[in-house]
Structures are given as structure tokens and as C-alpha cells.
Design a protein around this ligand. Sequence first.
Ligand code: ZN
Length: 134
Amino acid sequence: MIKRVSHIGIAVKDLDKGIEFYQKLGLELEGTEEVPSQKVKVAFFPCGDTRIELLAPTSEDSPVAKFIEKKGEGIQHIAFAVDDLPKALEKAEESGVTLIDKEPRPGAHNADIAFLHPRSTLGVLIELCKENKH
Ligand code: ZN
């Protein structure tokens, strides 16, 4: 049901600095986008068949701002691509995983996304992601 790693989400304080760093590292910037539902601005770097996704908070009450406050900058979530998001959520819940999102919501890149709670996933914030064409 899980097809591959869709992207790895990395929290940064300053998106421009983050972009500069990953460009220096040799990745190519695909684009940036604001995601109002998560109060973040994101930058995508394709890397093989996955992406690095930089997330910078656009507001102090953004979940990413809270993450940075608690843990500092760094890897914030791992997103797995699935074919059928509602079904994947149902299956996760059946197996005892706590869902942050019971229903899919709009994410960056025209995708439908839902998060699983880290307290039920051995400490990793996991995103399930149904990628859609633009
Ligand atoms: Zn994500």
C-alpha cells in the first residue's frame, strides 16, 4: 500500500537560508509554495524519486514553529506515498495508530495528506500522502 517515500520534511527557521544550503549541496530547487492549512512556506528539491521539502513557519502558531521551538531545526516528518489515502488511514487506525488527521486535507503540491501521531509511531511524525497531478 505504501509505494515509496514521497518526501522528507525538514523544518527551517529561514526558508531562503535553507534553499541556499540545499542548492550549495547540489540539489535543484523545483519551486516554493505557501500552505495556509499548515501555516508554512515550503520549498521542494527533487532527489531521485523522492523530494526534500523544507518547511518554514509563516506564523508563530504554526505546527512547524512549535516544532522548532521544542526541538530546533531538523527533520520534522517523513511522508509516504499511498494510492488510497482514506483506506490507508482506516488501516492505520485499525492497527492502533493514533491519527492526527482523521480525514485527508490539502497539502503542498496539490497532494492530499494526513498525519499520524508520533506517540503511536515510535516517535516519528509520519505523513501519508496521495500525490495528485497539478
Ligand atoms: Zn510533508
